[in-house]
Ligand binder design. Structure first.
Ligand code: SF4
Length: 442
């Protein structure tokens, strides 16, 4: 991991919904308009990388919009963006904003008036697209409105919307030379040129509370674009892949691009996006940050074996049930392992605070290396949950410490205990395994 790149931080939110700092490490350049924002020139610390998402429903449907924002905040979203394509959407913000407890960003395209209306309604940040709001006077109006209220603006140059189609071929040829070493040099050049031109308007207005995004559906372009932008601008970067596709492939597309950038210290806030419930986007964004050590985990770190021909219980179902049950009740970042058998399970689960190893339709449960139960398959979930909750209580009361392995896990003798033939398999006599009572996946 490379150290995080320092940026000039922005602040999203207010005292009621909470304030999320994006970026940091460099002093701000604008006067502070709220008490919670450092003054211009004051040093700032880097904030943890935040997770954003966007509502999927209509903003003007107030009840369902509020419900969706609550759901996304409960899933762990630090900031939620809403679309405001029509006046009825910005009008709805007046009802929505007092009812939610997470900073809200208005996503504005084509109509600069929507940005002014959203600012007036009390939104916490504006997103502008230089590809479709580029009239200088209109941009200045939005900048001045945000400046008056101390609101930050994200400038988002999506690949699909920034190409000036009338002279596309000409510009591709001209600008491609600038990045001739990059596969997509012309596109990078257009994105950066567009950003420079657009941000000049902001700087002329002495406005510096800016975040930048440069999304594409191509993971390689995303990596190249943000890398180049990070060399040229000191503003925090909002990472994302746009039009990433369905969840199954969109997750991979996003994680490849965003993970690659974050490993190189680039990125201050992330949005994983794909065509599915945005709750999954939040969960995946958080998991990405947990895996990279960029956020402190809340809740269980679930380890599970991929299963193989030694499987002893219906592990796929068990893992999903365990995940759902623990997500609802465990907030302590304990490591929980669910292993399909006792052959490799103990080694693979090493370091887990709570572990279950399956054998012949039973489960042996360990808490920090000590065996606490041996139960039939149908009781594994309930007992595992009970042990996790008890361990959570012990951690909170100071009776146990996370990651402290008291006793080395020694695989039990399954001949006596589980009857799965562990000794024979361990001895290398694996052919005999087929004659043993191996359970199916149910
Ligand atoms: S724990 Fe057992 S069932 Fe799971 S992958 Fe390892 S050997 Fe296979």
């Amino acid at each position: 991991m490379q150290p995080r790149r320092p940026t000039r931080p922005i602040y999203v939110g207010d005292q009621r919904v909470g304030i999320i700092q994006i970026g940091g490490g460099l002093p701000r350049q604008s006067p502070a308009r709220q008490a919670w924002i450092p003054e211009s020139g004051a040093p700032t610390a880097l904030a943890p990388v935040s997770v954003q998402t966007m509502t999927a429903g209509y903003t003007h449907d107030v009840e369902s919009c509020v419900a969706e924002i609550h759901k996304l905040a409960a899933a762990g979203a630090d900031i939620v963006r809403v679309a405001v394509p029509e006046k009825k959407d910005t009008e709805a913000l007046r009802e929505i904003l007092p009812r939610v407890r997470v900073p809200i960003v208005a996503d504005v395209h084509f109509h600069f008036q929507r940005a002014l209306e959203a600012v007036e309604a009390g939104v916490h940040k504006i997103r502008l697209n230089p590809g479709n709001i580029n009239d200088r006077a209109q941009v200045i109006d939005v900048i001045q409105a945000c400046k008056a209220k101390g609101l930050p603006i994200r400038v988002g140059v999506n690949e699909g919307s920034i190409i000036e189609r009338r002279d596309k071929q000409k510009r591709m040829k001209e600008l491609g030379q600038v990045f001739s070493d990059h596969k997509h040099g012309y596109l990078l050049a257009i994105m950066i040129t567009k950003l420079e031109e657009y941000l000049d308007i902001f700087y002329e207005q002495d406005f510096h509370d800016i975040a930048i995004s440069a999304k594409s559906m191509d993971a390689q372009i995303v990596i190249d674009a943000y890398t180049e932008i990070s060399k040229r601008f000191e503003h925090p970067l909002h990472l994302g892949v746009t039009h990433a596709g369905p969840k199954e492939t969109g997750t991979i597309r996003s994680v490849v691009a965003l993970g690659g950038l974050l490993i190189n210290g680039i990125g201050d806030t992330v949005r994983i996006s794909y065509a599915n419930d945005p709750v999954y986007e939040v969960q995946d964004g958080l998991e990405l940050l947990y895996c990279l050590g960029l956020r402190e985990r809340i809740g269980v770190d679930l380890i599970a074996c991929p299963t193989c021909g030694r499987i002893q219980v219906d592990l796929f179902t068990l893992i999903q049930d365990v995940r759902t049950a623990l997500a609802a009740k465990v907030v302590v970042p304990m490591k929980v392992a669910v292993m399909g058998c006792i052959v490799n399970g103990p080694g693979e689960a090493e370091g887990a605070d709570v572990a279950v190893f399956a054998g012949d339709r039973r489960g042996i449960i360990y808490v920090q290396g000590q065996k606490v139960a041996n139960v039939p398959e149908e009781e594994i979930l309930e007992r595992l949950l009970a042990e996790c909750l008890k361990f959570q209580d012990d951690v909170r009361a100071g009776r146990a410490k996370l990651g402290e392995k008291k006793v080395e896990i020694i695989p039990p003798d399954p001949i006596g205990e589980l009857g799965s033939g562990f000794e024979k398999i361990a001895a290398g006599n694996v052919e005999k395994r087929v004659t043993l009572p191996v359970a199916t996946r149910g």
